[in-house]
Design a protein around this ligand. Structure first.
Ligand code: GLV
Ligand code: MN
Ligand code: MN
Length: 443
């Protein structure tokens, strides 16, 4: 199956030795029916939701709990030693033959946004389990350990910061986030304990980079580029960096019928002007720096009423850019614009950016290996950047990471209409299996 072998130098990097590429053959049949197997499990997992009739699975919630149990069962069926770790990640491990004392990590996440789609995250987890299962059933021994990871905190819907599970494995977990609270006042620490995880042990999850070959994540593209190019899959060159911010405006609550227009301190009208300023700043920068995007996705007006001048408003900002310089400059311009609006209107505004994830370039050696896997499965090695955030970005600068994108129908994601065909899932499954086989020296 595998036609193109890697150059010895790239292979030597992966293996950290001068081991010769051998010509072991993958057993017959391992490649067949991957798409159907993965798509079927994606459908089954979609039954676990926190909101009936919608795909909503928030970190450490009831549907996440049931999904963890299902994923543990599927991992064990696939011959993996599986457990739930201290951060709420499901980890499955298949020991290698001991020749290379390192592990290759494959995975993605099983949490979702509210009323999202069924493929975002789950595709990568279930593709990795399917690959492990094929190797197990065929009795294929790998020279390295294989790990499958189902992260639980990629969307960051429940708590203000996100990627806590992958950051824990990357040794970048910040214990301060344990004090963050959700909309019901439940802290991360409390939610983890109720889930059966020990928050005080998260620091111990950090992987020794010398013991990890790399992390590869299969994920839907969530954009229109692959479809526009008539391609099933593509290699991700890098992931945009991101900031999350929160703005709190304090004006004066008043009677809608009695406070004259000139005397008002309307926090909602101020927020409206600010939201347009966020859009204006990002649009202006995007004229020169493609890929910069800013979004106000959520706004709250406490005690809102039709006949009350709003006194307090809070809204979120999500800012992303392919380079950290563009992002930090735009962040400063947005903050200045919002503070100026508040000053001119005579209201108080607190503009804070708490969450930050730097831009992450994919590892060149893993890209090369992935390109070989694409070629060997009959796919062009098309490359594209990622505007969306992913667990892979947590490993940047610590553990080599790369991603394979799979075509999203009409580029739609974070909506129930999200769709990726069984045929494209099959291509992705084969590429992932070819990637693992290639690293292990199979032909
Ligand atoms: C996750 O989908 C994100 O990019 O925020
Ligand atoms: Mn995702
Ligand atoms: Mn998502």
């Amino acid at each position: 199956m595998i036609k193109r072998a890697l150059s010895l130098s790239a292979y030597g990097w992966i293996m950290n030795s001068n081991r010769r590429i051998n010509t072991k053959q993958m057993p017959e049949g391992v490649w067949d029916g991957l798409g159907v197997e993965i798509a079927h499990k994606i459908e089954l997992l979609s039954a676990f939701t926190d909101e009936k009739g919608k795909m909503t699975r928030l970190y450490l919630g009831p549907a996440h709990r049931r999904s963890v149990d299902q994923v543990l069962a599927w991992m064990r069926e696939a011959g993996l030693e599986a457990h739930l770790d201290a951060a709420g990640n499901v980890i499955g491990r298949r020991p290698g033959n001991g020749e290379i004392q390192k592990s290759l990590m494959l995975g993605s996440h099983i949490d979702t946004v509210r009323n999202g789609g069924i493929y975002d995250g789950t595709l990568g987890v279930l593709s990795a389990i399917a690959v492990a299962s094929r190797l197990h059933r065929a009795g294929v021994q790998l020279p390295f350990d294989l790990e499958v990871v189902a992260f639980g905190d990629e969307e960051g819907v429940r708590y203000p910061t996100t990627l806590s599970g992958s950051r824990a494995l990357a040794g970048k977990f910040d214990a301060k986030v344990l004090d963050e609270v959700d909309a019901d006042g439940i802290s991360r620490r409390e939610a983890l304990l109720a889930f059966g995880c020990d928050p005080d042990k998260i620091g111990e999850l950090a992987r020794d980079p010398t013991k990890v070959l790399g992390y590869l994540e299969v994920h839907i593209e969530q954009g229109p580029v692959l479809e526009a190019n008539d391609l099933a899959v593509g290699i991700v060159t890098g992931i945009s960096g991101a900031n999350r911010g929160r703005v709190r405006i304090e004006g004066e609550t008043g009677h809608a019928g009695t406070v004259p227009m000139a005397l008002r301190k309307d926090a909602l009208a101020t927020a409206a002007e600010m939201i347009l300023a966020v859009e204006r700043e990002a649009r202006a920068r995007a004229e020169h720096d493609a890929g910069i995007v800013a979004t106000v996705g959520r706004i709250e007006v406490p005690n809102a009423a039709v006949n009350t001048v709003p006194g307090v408003v809070e809204f979120t900002i999500d800012l992303r850019a392919p380079t950290d310089k563009t992002r930090s400059e735009t962040r400063e311009r947005i903050a200045l614009a919002l503070e100026t609006i508040a000053e001119v209107r005579g209201l108080r505004a607190d503009v804070g950016f708490s969450y930050e994830a730097p831009a992450a370039a994919s590892d060149p050696h893993l890209i090369e290996q992935l390109a070989a896997a694409l070629e060997n499965t009959g796919q062009p090695a098309f490359k594209l950047p990622s505007g969306a955030g992913h667990d892979a970005m947590s490993f940047s600068g610590h553990i080599p990471a790369a991603m394979l994108f799979v075509r999203s129908s009409a580029g739609v994601s974070h909506r129930p209409e999200e769709y990726t065909s069984v045929e494209d899932i099959d291509v992705a499954g084969r590429v992932l299996l070819a990637f693992v086989a290639g690293l292990a020296g199979y032909e």
